[in-house]
Design a protein around this ligand. Sequence first.
Ligand code: FPP
Length: 238
Amino acid sequence: MIENTRLPEHIAIIMDGNGRWAKTRGLQRIRGHIEGIKSVREITQECARKHIKQLTLYAFSYENWKRPKTEVNFLMKLLKRYLIRERKEIQENNIRLTTIGRVSELPKSVQKELAIGIEESKHNTGMILCLALNYGGRTEIIDAAKRLAEDTKNANVDLDKIDEDTFRQYLYMPEMSDPDLLIRTGGEMRISNFLLWEVSYSELYVTPVCWPDFRKEQLEEALKEYAQRERRFGGIKG
Ligand code: FPP
């Protein structure tokens, strides 16, 4: 077990490999997503139990709309079902649900369940569970830049005073701390347009394990590795 002082405060996860998990078992891709929900549940519970401050999950990317319509529809159905079924669990674990991404472009029925989950859990004081939905790192930066430009035009912001802190205020979730640890399952060495601004100094952990097989034990491995990393944020060893 990792001692608390070496635990990341914010863990972000690219949950990849659902399709491959299913394919190697001769199953349809959607079965991988169904099994992936079990990992979502287990990892969320485990992170909450460890008092991780925030867990951000890449549940549906801005680019995922390019998938076959049947798969997109299924993912939306699954998401809606998850939001309904997990409500009790979220409350019992004192978790606060939030989202990042262009949520207003999701199906209305998903938006409705999201709104209920967010409202119901808004006073919870434990872990923040942030679902990245219809999320793209570049769209986040574009959305931020547009709003900042608007405020600059209206003289609410002084152009000469814009710095990183100013820009951060325009991101989807300004109050969130940058992820300390970015986990990617499924083995690909890519960021895939996830949290481009926020992961500048995150520790990366890529495992070949596909998301449906990423459970408590695999999380523990990632945390063990993180605990051994030396973070310098561009400086030198202190
Ligand atoms: C990547 O696997 C996974 C996704 C595109 C979506 C992740 C979704 C879930 C785990 C289920 C829904 C989540 C929540 C929070 C309700 P892939 O299909 O790209 O796998 P592949 O790379 O093997 O094809």
